[in-house]
Design a binder for this molecule. Structure first.
Ligand code: DQA
Length: 144
């Protein structure tokens, strides 16, 4: 099975961006750890990072017919984007929402997710490990 891994805005800056909140692991480091785990789980990954909402919508639409699940950190668009939510709903693919930080322990606006209602579930607060937990959850869901 193939999984679309989507990283939203500003996640290209991981490692230098607010390390006290997001840790020091770079996006490349996260992607490498995901690829290693994917090999263990016999999953193929397509990894995309975009700073634009439209770029993320296009990637989600592109998963239709090519991927069996979506692992997504929508970053700031979590809290603003009906378009991302509708795109995920449109694909009808199982999606797992992940966040590095515990969004529920931060500013109140970060507690609300437009994505969570169309996701299988949400994992947050475990730093880079959130992604790995999310991939394992998705693999289980797909019977892997
Ligand atoms: C984030 C949390 C969001 O609130 C924030 O806008 C991000 C990163 C996280 O992974 O903790 O950019 O999604």
């Amino acid at each position: 099975a193939k999984i679309l891994v989507l990283h939203g805005p500003n996640l290209n800056l991981l490692g230098v961006r607010e390390p006290g909140v997001y840790g020091t692991t770079t996006l490349e480091g996260i992607n490498n750890a995901l690829l290693e785990l994917a090999a263990e789980l016999s999953l193929e990954l397509e990894i995309v990072q975009s700073n634009s909402e439209g770029g993320l919508v296009d990637a989600i639409q592109g998963a239709l017919g090519t991927c069996q699940g979506i692992l997504i950190n929508p970053a700031a668009y979590t809290h603003t984007s009906v378009a991302l939510r509708d795109a995920i709903a449109a694909t009808a693919l199982p999606a797992v929402e992940v966040h590095l930080s515990n969004v529920h322990a931060r500013e109140p606006f970060r507690s609300h997710s437009f994505i969570a209602p169309v996701a299988v579930g949400q994992i947050c607060g475990f730093g880079a490990e959130s992604y790995l937990l999310g991939l394992r959850a998705l693999a289980k869901r797909l019977g892997k």
